[in-house]
Write a protein that binds this ligand. Structure first.
Ligand code: ACM
Length: 626
């Protein structure tokens, strides 16, 4: 029924009406009817709420409106107001826990929902319906604070709409994390997956194990490309890092909850544990001192997903002290985070040190296996029992499937969708977050422009993601995430650059009906959100304007293939050593790259003006893309 309604909405709702009314909602609502007229918020308007549980959202809205308008609204309990937030006394079945209805006319705005989460999302939609200046933290004068007359019904497609933030590779302060959560909540994300531990820093205070943060939270300061940085020098002070105290965590959890965001903490074991081992080396096989890693060349990668760790970063699965230790860790983690799931990592666990270890060999004998890989299944099973004893459920990266897992464990599918499909077919809950669509640490424009990392991921590709694979029962797909690994993301400002606009695209993937997705239409709304982000002081990438340069081989010739993400751009290029402008070759289809030591120079234009980055690639660079 919902699908039918959405389909009808898309057919009946002329897209031009969105444009005429300058409506640029992200994510797209389930249904929207645009009526004639507008409501204008003025200093004599009133803001009301009908029940106590609606008051916090009404107050949040008031703070936001007061900041930009300079009006001095006070919220009040009321049965009518110019802007009224109402919780239903009888549940509205169509809306569920997070849905809302918003109706506006010349008289005012009414948002109704079953729960305050729905009011919160209705508020976000209302703010997006208003002029972009509403994003300002300071008063903007001479603006008519209008809201177009609309009737919106809206609710999410998925219950798990997440972004993962890695705070190990680089530390992000409590204030940074809260700012990031606030931004995500505006896009109707409701999960922050907090990657708290890794080889490069342990970020959460565990009171019973103080060395985890007194040692594990600090590394030597290094710049440069991750994986190529200099080793710590003997005696060099570890000065870069930080961690969150219990008090900090409680504050962030509360702040997030006020924005309908719940936090899933990740303690990444048994691999990715070098920071833990820097503090407690006795928990590894070699028991050799290691440093919290600053991003050195610590592994050999073999290109097929396999690798060898040159420095040990795995816990010893045969040592009972490891499980006692993890019990202490998860006791405090379970206490700090109310979310039913705890993420235990399980990814990229190198087993070379296990293979050589007599204790691990004895354990393999005891559990009756010749495969060292089975020790990971054993380890994950032990960890899951620890979590269960604390009333928590386990979620881990898709590698946890390899050793067999209990029916209550959930899987986060990152190495494509294969693990997610396998898990869902076996009846596990799954969060879809494949690298190829959702890894927002990957560079989003040309790798000669955007700092290169492991791979590239265009915004348009993120937007095209479909989280429910064919043949899988959708009830097992909890939803999806975007993952921001921060090996090369040192600041919140740059985290924003990497996150947007791809997190805008993914918000629509996870919130909006599948049938509402339309890339060309999204790009227009995205460009409005660029302006909103400018006013809000939020950074973003404009790589969507950059030409996509590829080559392929045909009849022994290298062919040039140019593409674009934004439909109304025109691409001009040269091979003759001149700077391209809009009198140069206009790209209309594949062309042969001329022989010789040529350089391609390419520039996108819109309305006669260059837009996006100028890209220049020498013959060898073009060849490497074939
Ligand atoms: C991962 O990207 N290692 C889960």
């Amino acid at each position: 029924m919902k699908f039918l309604k959405t389909f009808l909405y898309l057919c009946l709702m002329p897209l031009s009406a969105f444009a005429q009314n300058n409506i640029n909602l992200i994510p797209q609502p389930v249904s929207m009817q645009v009526d004639a007229g507008t409501f204008t918020l003025s200093k004599t308007s009133t803001i009301g709420y009908n029940r106590d549980a609606a008051r916090p959202v009404a107050e949040m809205l008031t703070r936001k409106l007061n900041a930009a308008t300079g009006f001095n609204f006070q919220v009040r309990a009321a049965s009518s107001a110019s802007v009224l937030l109402s919780l239903n006394s009888t549940p509205d079945a169509e809306l569920g826990k997070e849905g809302y209805r918003l109706s506006s006319s010349a008289k005012g705005v009414q948002i109704t929902a079953n729960e305050s989460a729905g009011l919160f999302y209705g508020m976000q939609t209302l703010l997006q319906l208003m002029p972009k200046e509403i994003e300002s933290a300071t008063v903007v004068n001479s603006i008519a604070w209008t809201v177009p007359a609309v009737r919106i019904t809206d609710y999410p497609r998925f219950g798990w709409r997440g972004i993962m933030l890695d705070v190990s590779r680089h530390f992000f302060s409590k204030a940074d994390v809260m700012a990031y959560i606030d931004q995500l909540a505006r896009l109707k994300y409701n999960v922050l997956h907090w990657h708290l531990t890794d080889d490069n820093g342990w970020r959460v205070e565990i009171k019973s194990l103080p060395k985890l943060t007194s040692i594990g939270a600090w590394r030597v300061e290094r710049n440069g490309r991750f994986g190529e940085r200099e080793d710590p020098k003997p005696g060099e002070a570890a000065t870069y890092g930080g961690f969150y105290t219990h008090e900090d965590i409680r504050e962030v959890v509360k702040y997030a909850a006020e924005r309908n965001v719940s936090i899933v903490p990740e303690i990444d074991v048994p691999g990715h544990s070098m920071a833990l081992l820097a503090a407690y080396p006795e928990l590894s096989c070699l028991k050799k001192p290691v440093a919290v890693n600053p991003g050195t060349d610590f592994a050999d990668w073999y290109g097929n997903g396999t690798f060898k760790m040159k420095i040990e970063n795995t816990l010893n699965p045969a040592d009972e002290r490891v499980y006692t230790f993890l019990d202490s860790v998860f006791t405090e983690i379970a206490m700090l985070f109310p979310h039913p799931y705890i993420h235990v990592g399980g990814d990229e666990c190198y087993k070379g040190y296990w293979k050589e270890d007599p204790g691990c060999q004895a354990l393999m004998k005891r559990i009756g296996t010749h495969h060292v890989e089975d020790l990971q299944g054993y380890f994950m099973g032990r960890v899951e029992k620890i979590l269960q004893a604390k009333g928590k459920k386990m979620i881990g990266w898709d590698e946890i499937l390899e050793g067999g897992i209990s029916p209550t464990a959930a899987v986060m599918s990152w190495r494509g969708t294969k693990g997610g499909i396998e898990a869902a077919l076996a009846g596990h809950n799954v969060v879809m977050t494949p690298t190829t669509y959702t890894y927002i640490d990957y560079n989003q424009g040309d790798q000669t422009i955007d700092p290169p990392i492991y791979a590239g991921l265009r915004c348009k590709t993120s937007y095209s993601f479909e989280p429910v694979p064919e043949g899988v029962d959708p009830k097992y797909i909890l939803g999806g995430q975007g993952n921001l690994w921060t090996e090369q993301v040192p600041t919140l400002r740059y985290a924003e650059y990497m996150t947007y606009p791809r997190a805008w695209a993914l918000s629509e993937v996870y919130w909006s009906p599948k049938s509402a997705k339309n890339w060309d239409n999204f790009t227009r709304r995205m460009e409005n959100h660029f302006q909103r982000a400018d006013i809000a002081g939020i950074n973003y990438s404009e790589a969507v304007y950059d030409p996509i340069v590829d080559t392929y081989s045909e009849n022994g010739k290298m062919m040039l293939l140019l593409d674009k993400e934004i439909p109304d751009l025109t691409i001009y290029y040269t091979f003759d050593g001149t700077m391209p402008d809009d009198h140069s070759n206009k790209y209309t289809g594949p062309v042969a790259v001329p022989d010789g030591p040529v350089t391609l120079r390419v520039q996108a234009y819109r309305n006669g003006k260059p837009i996006g980055h100028f890209i220049s690639l020498k013959r060898a660079q073009l060849e490497s893309r074939m």
